[in-house]
Design a protein around this ligand. Structure first.
Ligand SMILES: N[C@H](CCC[C@H](N)C(=O)O)C(=O)O
Length: 274
């Protein structure tokens, strides 16, 4: 089947069209297609489907085959694809996801999408929604891993996110700590784990261990969640530039909705022979 590969700041995706809803084994395609040796290689699979309640529907499947409710870098890539392929030829697009309908604004120059701004909706600290089973105030608590205590926040930004504040986002410890926290029993649906260094009140640096995908070069929902948590805890302003391994993302939290701005690029197209 035909596929496109795109990335948002190095968080890369295989995208396929399923507008006739005739492709069934999407998790199998994600697992095989995302394999970086036996497949195309990607952090996840994006699927274009028809919607009854929005312009289009985006289904997201992680490289381990698990379904994710939302994906920030993915929705920028998705929006670029559906505009440039003429599936939805509007510069303001509504996208149905399992986390709700997202409103996307495209910057178009000469028929090419040069930038994407997404309204990522409202964050929630509601334990039942995240879900989170800890007996602490999840806005700010301490989490212990391998005898070390980390200051943390946990919230829902379409998908569950836990934010840890660290001095060095490049510490190899991140992989072990990320994998351990992702699977802790206090997170019944697991969690993404963001390691954040506050640079100043308008700049952070972060790296994300993603639920169902492992360490990625950037995480859109994670960057949004990190800015919300940092603002709520008085560590930053509500408009923040975030430095990811793959480049910069711009986040604006207005107290109700979170707006994410960043790039999306095509890498290649081809035939998936799985
Ligand atoms: N792996 C995540 C979904 C993708 C999130 C990330 N790639 C983004 O850009 O938001 C999860 O299962 O919660």
């Amino acid at each position: 089947m035909h596929f496109a590969k795109l990335h948002g700041l190095g968080n890369d995706f295989i995208l396929i069209e399923n507008l006739d809803s005739d492709i069934e084994d999407l998790s199998e395609i994600a697992i095989k297609g995302c394999d970086r040796h036996f497949g195309v290689g990607a952090d996840g699979l994006l699927v274009v489907e028809k919607s009854k309640i929005a312009d289009i529907k985006m289904t997201i499947i992680n490289s381990d085959g698990s379904v994710a409710e939302m994906c920030g870098n993915g929705i920028r890539c998705f929006a670029k694809y559906i505009y440039e392929k003429g599936i939805v030829k509007k510069d303001s697009i509504s996208v149905e996801t399992l986390a709700g309908i997202m409103k996307i604004k495209l910057k178009v120059e000469g028929g090419i999408v040069s930038g994407v701004k997404a309204n990522m909706g409202s964050p929630s600290f509601e334990k039942a929604l995240i879900p989170f089973k800890g007996e602490v105030d999840n806005r700010s608590y301490f989490i212990e891993v391998n005898g070390k205590n980390y200051s943390a926040s946990t919230l829902l930004m379409g998908v569950p996110h836990t934010i840890l504040y660290v001095d060095d986002v490049d510490d190899d410890e991140i992989i072990r700590v990320g994998r351990e926290i992702e699977n802790m029993s206090i997170f019944p649906s697991k969690t993404n784990v963001n390691f954040v260094k506050i640079i100043d009140r308008n700049n952070i640096k972060l790296k994300t261990w993603e639920r169902g995908a492992g360490l990625t070069l950037a995480c859109g929902t994670g960057t949004c969640a990190s800015v919300v948590a940092s603002y709520i805890n008085g560590l930053t302003e509500n408009k923040v530039r975030a430095k990811l391994q793959g480049g910069y993302m711009y986040i604006d939290y207005d107290g109700e909705n979170v707006f994410m701005e960043g790039p999306a690029e095509f890498i290649c197209e081809g035939e998936l022979l799985l």
